[in-house]
Design a protein around this ligand. Structure first.
Ligand code: FE
Length: 254
């Protein structure tokens, strides 16, 4: 399988601290059945700056080392970009790096809110041929409170990625329940680890897929798994018609 969101590059953000941690993460990924990882360092999230070329160079170095270590894992360049108003310009000046130079761009909101300019910015990105992929919407407070915000963005062409550990309940029961509701409402297109290490923020991909399989069957597992492959090919991904999360049901659970 593919993991399209992972902080495996050494010493560039709050992920792997050094090369030995990157290697540990790579081994763990292979154990999980992952053959390809997109390295997605934070960019413009507080203190981290990882523009396009830096990431490409670091990924090349890491792949060489994995080859020497005989670890059968392919790392591709990506970036987890914190949303900001000038993302289109950032793309044009070569700062922003879409997933392996495809049209898919990982966009991170802060954990507390969704900027008012998001809809307009996503429209502008799409006009440039890019497709924004919202990472871990299930962990955003404003989306938790008003899931129709996410529904609207998805309706207008944004895609979303749920984090495997959220589905497993590692961020609490509420986030687990909300993650499953988003999946059920066809508001999720990808699943990824967002792994930062091999301890408290690890892969959990197999575990999450087994929960999804038990609840929603093989078709949902297939869609989420296949979409990762389609993404790195730069192809269109599978999308089911998104539904609104019914408020009544939502508040009963919370
Ligand atoms: Fe991340």
């Amino acid at each position: 399988m593919i993991d399209l969101h992972c902080h495996i590059l050494p010493g560039v953000d709050d992920g792997a601290r050094d090369l030995s941690e990157s290697i540990e993460m790579a081994k763990k990924a292979v154990e999980q059945g992952i053959h390809t990882i997109i390295a997605t360092p934070h960019h413009l999230n507080n203190r981290y700056e990882n523009p396009k070329q830096t990431i490409i160079d670091r990924v090349r170095e890491l792949n060489k080392i994995l080859l020497d270590e005989k670890i059968d894992l392919n790392v591709l360049p990506g970036q987890e970009t914190r949303i900001y108003g000038e993302m289109v310009e950032g793309y044009e000046t070569g700062e922003i790096l879409p997933i392996d130079n495809t049209q898919y761009v990982l966009v991170e909101f802060s954990s507390s809110h969704v900027p008012r300019y998001t809809e307009k910015l996503f429209y502008d990105l799409q006009m440039k041929g890019l497709i924004p992929v919202i990472v871990h919407p299930e962990r955003n407070q404003e989306i938790i409170e008003r899931p129709e915000l996410l529904y609207k963005l998805v309706k207008k062409g944004a895609l979303t990625q749920v984090t495997a550990a959220s589905v497993c309940g590692d961020f609490g029961k509420k986030i687990k329940t909300f993650s499953l509701q988003l999946i059920e409402a066809n508001l999720i297109h990808f699943i990824a680890s967002d792994a930062h290490n091999t301890s408290n923020r690890t892969f959990k991909m197999r575990e999450a897929f087994s929960i999804i399989q038990a609840k929603y069957g093989n078709d949902m597992v297939y869609l989420l798994e296949e979409n990762g492959e389609l993404m790195i090919e730069g192809s269109h991904v599978y999308k089911e018609v998104p539904e609104r999360i019914k408020k009544k049901k939502f508040f009963k659970i919370f």
